[in-house]
Design a binder for this molecule. Structure first.
Ligand code: NAG
Length: 167
């Protein structure tokens, strides 16, 4: 009898140890995954470009956004939040960041996409700094895990520019 409980206890200890080890390994493998997303964004059209009555510049763009974020998905990924921002410098601020578009990717097979869209959020400057302005388009993503810490990164696509004149 003594031997039976002794063995049962040993077996249980063993099982719990293995389970803990597997959890640790699963968590480590998730961190070992180094995502290598790809992104390509084009400004397909400048729909209009004007100064608002209050003096702030506003521009409307048509964007072609192609991205492959499939490598951000692991067994532990719940969803990925992605947003595209225009980033530029002005005399007042060293970094102006204007969110133009965002989306939630619920699964790996939807993480590779190509869309054409006008900017979902308005591209307005806090002033009249947009004429002839060079800007970067930056695709940011936040990986929301089922367990553990959130992970965020971005791809910077430099070299975009706005016209010298309103249109
Ligand atoms: C735009 O991208 C370039 C190259 O990555 C970088 O040097 C520059 O600081 C960026 N500009 C802004 C405003 O973030």
């Amino acid at each position: 009898m003594h031997s039976f409980w002794y063995r049962a206890n040993a077996l249980l200890t063993f099982a719990v140890t293995i389970l803990a080890l597997m959890c640790a390994m699963a968590s480590i493998t998730d961190h070992l995954n180094v995502p290598q997303p790809q992104a390509d964004v084009q400004v397909s059209n400048i729909n209009w470009f004007r100064k608002q009555p209050n003096g702030n510049d506003e521009v409307s763009l048509t964007l072609t956004i192609s991205a492959d974020l499939q490598s951000t998905f692991t067994w532990n990924t719940k969803q990925v939040f992605v947003f595209l921002a225009a980033e530029y410098e002005t005399p007042k601020n060293s970094l102006n960041q204007v969110s133009l578009w965002d989306g939630i990717i619920p699964s790996k097979d939807q993480a590779k996409f190509s869309i054409q869209t006008t900017n979902k959020y308005r591209f307005i400057d806090q002033g009249s700094n947009l004429r002839g302005k060079e800007f970067n388009l930056t695709l940011h993503w936040h990986v929301m895990p089922k367990t553990g810490r959130m992970f965020a990164d971005k791809i910077v696509m430099p070299g975009f520019g706005l016209p010298q004149e309103y249109r």
